[in-house]
Design a protein around this ligand. Structure first.
Ligand code: SF4
Length: 248
């Protein structure tokens, strides 16, 4: 039988609850002390691990403290600080340009609305959601990063490929109070258990609730038809890791 929307929502809530128990301390892992630092760290985290960003930011935040400091930096100096995070030319350019706009339009502060955040160079919805949610408690959507893309597909929560469409699916499935939380849970789960290309389903706390879309040996899972179609839905398609295009 095809899973109804109500069943899907109820499964989603149970998954959030189980993941919350598994990762009680799950929170944004980018080190920061204020909204500006989180904005910069999130721009740097595109196509880069949070651990790598956390190695780079102490020196960066020691050298540049305010939006005016970042805006006044030369391109070459900024590149030197952020080089090891990859795509460093564009990241340096975006940080400087964003901070110039913060100074010109927002008195050096990070704005509190999605609309204003999206005006900043190098900032798309993922970054805006992370900064607004963690810094101001403003929850406008779900931050969709590589873990969220991958695990949403495996769980059967979204079939979409574009981040914004996946975000829309997650927003429709989960109550707003979980929109930021699910992103942190996905990151922790994606690192610890549901690892890209080698998910450890045998030790996964949500294994019985996961459709494992695209995983070959899922044919005998409860809730799956002999053809491998979850809840009588369409036959399973292949799964391939999604790379988020560089946010430059
Ligand atoms: S059951 Fe497997 S595929 Fe599903 S979330 Fe857990 S580790 Fe990932």
């Amino acid at each position: 039988m095809k899973e109804t929307l109500t069943e899907k929502k109820s499964r989603a809530k149970r998954i959030v609850s189980l993941l919350s128990k598994a990762y009680p301390a799950a929170k944004c892992s980018l080190h920061h002390k204020n909204p500006l630092q989180l904005l910069i760290a999130t721009i740097l985290s595109a196509q880069c691990t949070d651990a790598r960003v956390n190695l780079v930011t102490p020196a960066l935040f020691k050298r540049f403290k305010t939006a005016k400091d970042f805006a006044g930096a030369s391109q070459s100096e900024m590149e030197k600080y952020v080089r090891s995070t990859g795509f460093y030319r564009n990241k340096a350019k975006n940080i400087r340009a964003s901070c110039k706009l913060l100074v010109q339009k927002h008195n050096g502060s990070v704005p509190r609305t999605m609309e204003e955040m999206l005006e900043l160079p190098g900032v798309a919805r993922k970054t805006a959601n992370i900064v607004l949610g963690n810094s101001y408690g403003v929850i406008e959507g779900v931050p969709v990063d590589t873990h969220a893309i991958r695990i949403s597909h495996l769980l059967g929560w979204s079939k979409e490929k574009q981040q914004e469409k996946i975000e829309r699916d997650l927003m429709a499935l989960l109550p707003r109070k979980y929109w930021l939380k699910i992103s942190d849970l996905f990151v922790h789960h994606g690192r610890a258990v549901c690892i890209a290309r080698r998910p450890r389903c045998g030790e996964c706390p949500i294994s019985r609730l996961c459709l494992k879309v695209g995983i070959k040996n899922n044919l005998r899972m409860p809730g799956f038809s002999p053809m491998g179609a979850p809840f009588g839905g369409e036959p399973l398609g292949g799964y391939s890791e999604q790379l988020i295009p560089p946010r430059v």
